[in-house]
Design a protein around this ligand. Structure first.
Ligand code: ATP
Ligand code: SKM
Length: 170
């Protein structure tokens, strides 16, 4: 089974969809942000604050190399900037979870722990800058994706079903 690599903007629902996909398939799920936090034994927010973004991207690169060489049968959800890794297409089938910026922000705001959700994402601190980043990245996400799932107004369960159907068809 080829790996599935979930890409998309922060908060689009990569974690939620991944958890649904593994309920309906034999994939194992992992998340690059969680892996990096565990490797570093500190939160991404802290890594950004103390070491800076460049340091974080270097760890992502190390993770990307390891994923390509050593990981199989896995649904890999990734941080919002992971799609830039040069070897990403060698890791697995790339699936973009897509939604307009305002919908993503609306969803996070609706979460009971909304404040915490915003705080943990360094690049979501300034919404104007985050929108600029979204506009810059969206065409790049589309370029790298093998499959696109529009998650707007769909449950994570329905997104997972659509994802599996589209990946099977490739
Ligand atoms: N299909 C959905 N419908 C409604 N709300 C959703 C859906 N998927 C996710 N959410 C909500 O959107 C927010 C972000 O979801 P999630 O944490 O899964 O995103 P993420 O892409 O993994 O984020 P990050 O990679 O930045 O951690 C959460 O509050 C979650 O409850
Ligand atoms: O969009 C991004 O570049 C990021 C998204 C988060 O998932 C984390 O990977 C980190 O905060 C960077």
């Amino acid at each position: 089974m080829k790996n599935i690599v979930l890409i998309g903007f922060m908060g689009v629902g990569k974690g939620s969809v991944a958890r649904e996909v593994i309920k309906h398939s034999d994939y194992i799920a992992m998340d690059t942000d969680d892996l990096i936090e565990s490797m570093e034994n500190r939160k991404i927010k802290t890594i950004f604050e103390i070491e800076g973004e460049e340091y974080f991207r270097k760890i992502e690169k190390k993770v990307a190399k390891w994923l390509e060489e050593s990981v199989k049968n896995t649904l890999i959800s990734t941080g919002g900037g992971f799609y830039k890794q040069k070897n990403i297409k060698k890791i697995g089938t790339i699936v973009l979870l897509d939604s307009p910026f305002d919908e993503i922000i609306k969803r996070i705001k609706e979460h009971p722990k909304a404040e915490k959700k915003f705080k943990k994402r360094p690049l979501l601190q300034d919404l104007e800058k985050a929108k600029e980043l979204y506009d810059l990245r969206r065409p790049e996400y589309l370029k790298v994706a093998d499959v696109v799932v529009d998650v707007t107004n769909k449950s994570a369960h329905d997104c997972a079903k659509e994802l599996l159907k589209k990946v099977k068809k490739l």
